[in-house]
Design a protein around this ligand. Structure first.
Ligand SMILES: C[S@@+](CC[C@H](N)C(=O)[O-])C[C@H]1O[C@@H](n2cnc3c(N)ncnc32)[C@H](O)[C@@H]1O
Length: 476
């Protein structure tokens, strides 16, 4: 029998007609109740739906002033409603916006960004939106899970092996894994790698990991591609209980997919899926790294190092930052939270004479220095906490690039940015809702919001990158 919600008991459920009006701040379809329940004005958060749809839904529970509901059927299609292109849609916890045409997704993202800016009391901006050139197969990195407790979908044959899956967790079910044959977000070779890994695991009787007893050899499969170089990396993560078997699995995949550039095996025994920097890693094929070329710079990418996930849009992001520097004729730019030197190196390549990158991860700084050397670029890098380093380095600088993690800059670094000698700041926000407080602070401290660009890197998901250019406001 298939997994999933138990067959709906019409006697117990609270049925309702709901009109989908948009998405909430977490990207979930949101609607309002239609007659005969329209007097109840609480928003309804649905598991699926596209703006304008009218759906028949089960109202499941009230929580914090909203209804949570499950779509039973769609009564009327909204103007942007399309057939979800992925066979796993609805079960897989991945991309949730597939039922909305890409133009509708982009419009919803723009409306969300404008609402955040308005809500922060920032002057209305003309928002520039840059759509992704491809809404599928755009991710250059995907990580899949192995699971010993497989989630069985309705369209899978009876008697399917429930003790092995390689794929993604269903929404909200981290104890189960849905077997995935094709992932439409991932680079095209992904599907062949999934099939070859599954077959190799079977052939070598390698068990999938079960998170609850915390047992089973194969844990995760990381796949990365340098889209402009064609180089592909496969990293198999095991629990370390049988290295020889795990490595035989990888070798079989290498035989089946001879176009893979490099393969690594990493042992991870932690309870959660986060592979630490100190994990034991063995290179099984090639060099253990791949390279990618963006904006004329060749970057070395280690299995677990951060790199922009959408290569085509990384190119555009680089151009936005270079243009921002050129507009103010910046001679000295600092790249705060620089990772492996992405912005610093493209700025140096574009001819900015003095570039300094600052980054907390020593490994990323090492990569940045290797990248600078390999590209013969004069950028310099400092390993350290920006909260500390920024207090002494933000003088005599023309522009700062701020690309912090989701939580934003540490308070001391924000203070240093407020007071810096720079004429221009470029704040790259992967979650504007989380960063808006910092933008408000900058504006309150004399910075003026010059330009806001929505750069869509993640079609079919609610996520987007926002690039904010702030200039020192003229003093009266
Ligand atoms: C969103 S990534 C940006 C990486 C880089 N700009 C790029 O595009 O590849 C954020 C980076 O901030 C770094 N980071 C986090 N906290 C930091 C801190 N307190 N000081 C310096 N860097 C930090 C992380 O290690 C990570 O590399």
């Amino acid at each position: 029998m298939a997994d999933g919600p138990a067959a709906t008991d019409r006697a117990r459920r609270k049925p309702a007609a709901v009109q989908v009006v948009g998405f909430d701040e977490r990207g979930r379809p949101m609607g309002r109740l239609l007659p005969p329940l329209e007097a109840d004005v609480r928003p309804v958060i649905l598991d699926a739906g596209s703006p304008g749809d009218v759906v028949d839904a089960d109202l499941l529970r009230k929580r914090r002033g909203v209804w949570e509901a499950r779509r039973v059927s769609t009564l009327q299609l909204g103007p942007a409603h399309v057939q979800a292109p992925c066979a796993h849609f609805g079960v897989c916890g991945g991309c949730r916006w597939q039922e909305t045409a890409y133009a509708g997704q982009l419009a919803a993202k723009a409306a969300g960004i404008e609402a955040i800016l308005r809500g922060a009391g920032l002057a209305p901006q003309k928002l520039h939106s840059i759509p992704a050139p491809a809404s599928e197969r755009y991710r250059n990195r995907m990580e899949f899970s192995f699971g010993a407790t497989r989630w069985v979908s309705g369209d899978e044959p009876d008697g399917v092996d429930r003790t092995f899956a390689l794929g993604m967790h269903p929404a909200g079910r981290f104890d189960r894994v849905l077997d995935i044959n094709a992932c439409l977000l991932a680079f095209p070779e992904t599907d062949a790698l999934l099939a070859a890994t599954r077959a190799a695991a079977r052939a070598h009787q390698a068990s999938a990991h079960d998170s609850l007893p915390h047992r089973g050899l194969l844990r995760m499969l990381l796949l990365r591609k340098g889209v402009n170089t064609g180089e592909i990396l496969l990293e198999l993560v095991s629990d370390g209980s049988d290295d020889a078997r795990a490595e035989r699995v990888a070798q079989s995949v290498a035989q089946e997919c001879p176009w893979v550039s490099t393969m690594t095996h990493v042992v991870h025994q932690g309870m959660n899926d986060a592979v630490g920097a100190d994990a034991r890693r063995t290179v099984l094929l090639g060099t253990g790294v791949i390279s990618e070329v963006v904006a004329g710079v060749r970057f070395r990418i280690q299995p677990r190092s951060f790199f922009q996930t959408n290569t085509a849009q990384a190119e555009v992001l680089a151009r936005l930052v270079v243009t921002a520097a050129q507009e103010v004729n910046a001679q000295h730019v600092q790249d705060w939270c620089c990772g492996a030197g992405f912005f610093a190196l493209v700025l140096a390549k574009a001819g900015v004479p003095r570039v300094l990158g600052i980054e907390i991860s020593a490994g990323a700084v090492e990569d940045a220095r290797v990248n600078a050397l390999a590209n013969a670029l004069p950028a310099e890098f400092v390993a350290g906490d920006i909260a500390v380093v920024s207090t002494s380095c933000a003088t005599a600088v023309d522009m700062l690039v701020l690309d912090p993690p989701r939580a934003g800059l540490p308070p001391a670094a924000l203070e240093a940015a407020c007071n810096s000698a720079a004429r221009r700041l470029v704040y790259v926000a992967c979650d504007l809702r989380a960063s808006i407080g910092q933008i408000k602070t900058l504006v309150a401290r004399g910075w003026q919001l010059t330009r806001v660009t929505l750069l869509d890197q993640f079609p079919h998901t609610p996520h987007t990158e926002v690039v904010l250019v702030l200039d020192r406001a003229p003093r009266d």
